[in-house]
Design a protein. Sequence first.
Length: 445
Amino acid sequence: MTTLNTINRRSFLTAAGAAFAAPSFLPGLRAQSLNGKVRHVSFGAGGMARADLNTISGHKAVEVFAVVDVDKRSWPEIKSAFPKAKLFQDWRELMAAEAGNFDSANVSTPDHMHGPIGAALAAAGKHVYGQKPLTHNLRECRHLATLVRKQGVMSQMGIQVSSDFNERYCQALIKAGAIGKVKEVYSFSFKDWGDMSPVPQSKDAVPEGLSWDLWLGPAAERDFINGYYHPGNWRKRRDFGTGTLGDMGCHMFSGWYRALDLTAPLSVKSTGPAPNRDNWAINGKVEYIFPGTAYTEGKEVKVTWFDGPKSRPPAELEKEFGGVSIPGEGSIFTGTDGIMLFPHGGRPLCYQNGQAKEVKFPKLEPRNHWHEFVDCILTGKNKPSANFDYAGPLTEAVLLGCLASVFPGEELKWDAAALKFTGHDAATALVGRSYRKGWEIPNLA
């Protein structure tokens, strides 16, 4: 039986980045609400934004101060649920008028708005709950993580499964050596957030209540097409989403990234199809090489990502699981003393020679991912478990894979400190993005 050792809190990776000038007012840690309440704003009203808002507002210390959404069609339901909340369509107007009147916010918009809104909040001294991926591109990610650290505000990325028992159990088993030293990792998702077809040559009327200009934000102007971008298919579009890897990677990388105490990748290589000019591809495959750690077999460890219905881990691995099929989403750890199958959202299972291994369950306290964020704001004593010092480097690893897909078959050497690819100017040019005039992020290096 494997004995679990005491698992210490990991040392968070410190990322380099550009500094941001401090604002004249710093609420939050340095100016808590006098009544002990956390006045909260939601950027986004539907989908994951509504789920985040519902759960955060369930904390007894939270007061919903305002909700921002570019689509006014969501407003009646929000007003019914939160009658005291102020409603805004333009997040910049909220920041101009009310920046001194709230303490925290969740940024649960499409990916391309995570960086601009998150940076504005952090610069104003607000505590930030940011949906995954933390930002749309690598430069924004480094900037936001650095800014949050400089401002001393609380932060949490919306990888809620990282607080669940199963993921923490997986990490405990790996650190305890349940399968020995880890040799290789495979992560995979059947989702297909891609589209290899060209953009339709059509133009539709913008629905009443939707500000198309505000929805586009920093992205270049284009025609509205019914169902193509808003409300859901933006994940497939390169200017707005980050494909399947961006959607699911932050969730699924976190299990092994924290378990193995990984840092920045040394290199990344896509062997799947390339995206077209506008849309992400389907059935991707990305190979990462990370520096080895105390939990890996060698000086380097390989992690391979698969996405889409046709890109899957090697089928021969199933014989190691005693006949258990590889699930639609999850991770597989191969070790010097066995193998672990970790279905996404499910219980990790350890095997050796095709037989299940008996392992001891760790004692883990329950943790509410959203309420942990609020509790840390109130006490100021600890950082949330997925704070941006952790979530920033994790997101960078995910976004590196997205970027590598543009250059299939090429091994890209990553210089994390310099935020560039060694000897590859074309790849380095995609570390950031261009911004529509008036939508630039201030002091973005």
